[in-house]
Design a protein around this ligand. Structure first.
Ligand code: ADP
Length: 470
């Protein structure tokens, strides 16, 4: 495989590159090689981007045209799938096969919102007065900003950029400082379409400086953020000064519940899909596995066998399922969570020698860190339970509320549990519920607002009520 080199990258404002700032090498954690040069945005460049969206606050295309451009972007991304996938793997170590999946996932947001752009229907409201006509119209909210994480450097940005363009809102994106290269490739490819030059801008550089400038600008009307609870909360407070609308997609602590009436194979495969996807480094990954006491003796050996067969290795190799390259924070936290659990009485079953290797823990209790904090690593902590009431209470025992998983063949039980679980997303016999056509988002400390799905576009629209006297 001949690896790509990005050359010089900087901030992109009005579809023009800006290279005035300090230079930093882009070093791949996967190969150890420098694969590009990054120019950090200067104060003047940050101010220029913010001023640009003030002067050109809407994408001046009718909805059908916006849809057409979004479809062009979808094709352009898929046309560059291999390079984009390689960039993801080089930059943050995701296995190449999964990276290809991410490119398709990101592209699909553009396809989905290409259709949504054309379906921004207004509403007619029957008036209580004979001489009045009442209407609700949906309009672009105005310039927007997005701050995105490293674990899906394309998909998390795509699901903010696509609805913003569909709604007619220019967007300034600040990608994660860990994965700016991949994101810059995507935004460049977006401009292979007939996208107007005021639609998308990228600022690369000092996180706090860029974050502060975006949050303080009164004309930026909306912020969409995916990342940690602490950062999201602080951005929300900052945005309150200018009354910005916000979508906050923060961390999770997903329970995955397996009842004694579950189909064993479905449950094992679902638990692996949910827990070990990208080595556990997604916010919807199962973080706590609740297994009914009766089925632990059959579930555990089946789980151990399949996990033992997962291929751990270099993420650039086709066959790799679990990468040896994880985010440094994920490695640290995984190691610390396993050590804490073992100290407090948990048992390890896989004998992992390194935090990137898969591990299973049993005898896990709510006193352990792993029960209470999102691990972001390939370790499956198992807690046993006996009654429905007990497991509902334990599953909900977290301030987070993003995803929860439930494995049961019982119709009434699934109805009861779906209602009782305080989470924004439920995977019912399904370990991978995320899709562009589904509503993604959490409740409680996992944030608010929805991305994708039938309501995602409304995050970027504002209502105008027209009362006409006839
Ligand atoms: P993670 O890096 O684990 O995804 P973070 O919340 O630390 O979660 O980061 C998510 C995104 O928010 C990244 O793009 C990061 O650079 C950015 N970020 C972190 N702190 C701030 C801040 N104070 N202001 C603006 N953006 C921030």
């Amino acid at each position: 495989m001949k690896l790509i080199n990005l050359g010089n990258i900087g901030s992109l404002i009005g579809n023009l590159w800006h290279f005035d700032g300090e230079v930093k090498p882009l070093v791949s954690p996967t190969t150890g090689e420098t694969w590009g040069k990054l120019h950090l945005a200067t104060d003047a460049e940050i101010a220029h981007a913010i001023d640009y969206v003030r002067k050109e606050p809407v994408i001046d295309l009718i909805p059908h045209e916006r849809g057409r451009v979004l479809r062009q972007i979808y094709h352009a991304l898929l046309g560059n799938k291999e390079e984009l996938a390689q960039a993801i793997t080089l930059e943050m170590g995701k296995p190449i096969a999964e990276a290809r999946g991410e490119v398709t996932y990101a592209a699909n947001y553009f396809a989905w919102f290409a259709e949504e752009a054309k379906r921004i229907y207004g509403k007619g409201i029957p008036s209580s007065k004979e001489n009045k006509k009442l209407e609700v119209l949906y309009e672009p909210i105005g310039p927007t900003a997005a701050i995105t994480p490293w674990n899906f450097p394309l998909a998390m940005a795509a699901r903010k950029m696509a609805p913003a363009i569909a709604a007619g809102c220019p967007m300034i994106v600040k990608p994660s400082s860990y994965t700016p290269g991949t994101f810059i490739m995507m935004i460049t490819i977006c401009y292979h379409s007939e996208l107007p030059k005021n639609a998308l801008h990228a600022l690369i550089g000092d996180t706090k400086k860029i974050g502060n400038a975006l949050m303080e600008a009164p004309h930026i009307r909306k912020i969409s953020f995916t990342g940690s609870y602490e950062t999201g909360r602080s951005l929300y407070i900052q945005g309150a000064h200018t009354l910005k609308k916000a979508t906050m997609e923060l961390g999770g602590n997903a329970p995955l519940i397996i009842f004694d009436d579950a189909d064993l194979e479905t449950a094992v495969d679902g638990a692996i899909a949910s827990k070990f996807r990208m080595s556990g480094q997604t916010c919807v990954c199962a973080n706590r596995l609740f297994v009914h006491k009766k089925i632990l003796p059959t579930f555990l050996p089946a789980f151990i066998k399949k996990i033992g067969a997962l291929k751990v290795g270099n993420p650039l190799l086709e066959e790799t399922e679990l990468s040896t390259i994880l985010h440094p924070e994920s490695l640290k936290k995984t190691e610390a969570h396993i050590a804490d659990a073992l100290k407090k009485g948990a048992k390890a079953h896989m004998g992992a020698k390194h935090p990137y290797e898969p591990e299973i823990l049993t005898d896990v209790t709510p006193e352990m860190r792993i029960f209470n904090e999102e691990t972001f690593g390939p370790v499956a902590p198992i807690i046993t339970f006996e009654t429905e009431e007990e497991v509902i209470q334990l599953a909900n025992q977290t301030p987070c509320g993003l995803a929860a998983y439930l494995f049961t063949e019982g119709l009434k039980r699934s109805e009861r549990l779906t209602k009782a679980l305080r989470f924004g997303i439920i995977g019912l016999n399904d370990g991978s519920p995320s899709s562009v056509e589904g509503s993604f988002g959490g409740i409680k400390d996992s944030g608010f607002g929805r991305e994708g799905g039938p309501t995602g576009i409304y995050e970027y629209l504002t209502e105008k009520f027209v009362s006409q006297k006839l």
